[in-house]
Design a protein around this ligand. Structure first.
Ligand code: CDP
Ligand code: MG
Length: 138
């Protein structure tokens, strides 16, 4: 049993895709253990994506991630981290495998519908980050 941190990003929430994305996750056999809709502050988005602070897309990414509400969730299941990354598809939807969430629902490499932790260390870190940032959310 493993946990991972997922986000349905502002583009997907604005596009009325919350239900479809949750269905995609649940049909694949992952469980939603905790979930909350929240509009990230600039500071929260900056903290969450700190690892990308020196990348050329960082400023634009912060503007996008704070542009509207998103849905933050803890997903649980066997091998949840890798299985959810596989469900999401590649960062750039043009390169994402057929029928992945990003192939189906993303707009471009930035507005790519979902986030998922990329390994056990980041999953633990990202879950702890939101457990601290959001007082009650399960
Ligand atoms: O989300 P993922 O782990 O697949 O990709 P990342 O390399 O960790 O990048 C984090 C996020 O930054 C992406 O999901 C995109 O929203 C954004 N990004 C971007 O705007 N332009 C890029 N060239 C790469 C990533
Ligand atoms: Mg990443």
């Amino acid at each position: 049993m493993q946990r991972t941190l997922g986000i349905i990003k502002p583009d997907a929430v604005a596009g009325n895709l919350v239900g479809k994305i949750l269905a995609h996750i649940e049909v694949a056999g992952l469980s939603v253990e905790a979930l909350r809709m929240v509009q990230l502050t600039e500071e929260q988005a900056r903290g969450f994506y700190q690892v990308h602070q020196h990348r050329p897309f960082f400023k634009s990414l912060l503007a996008f991630m704070t542009s509207g509400p998103c849905v933050v969730m803890v997903l649980k299941g066997d091998d949840a981290i890798e299985r959810y990354r596989a469900l999401m598809g590649a960062t750039d939807p043009a390169k994402a495998a057929t029928n992945t969430i990003r192939a189906l629902h993303a707009t471009d490499v930035e507005k790519n519908a979902v986030h998922g932790s990329d390994g056990p260390d980041t999953a633990a870190q990202e879950i702890a980050f939101f457990r601290a940032a959001l007082s009650r959310w399960a």
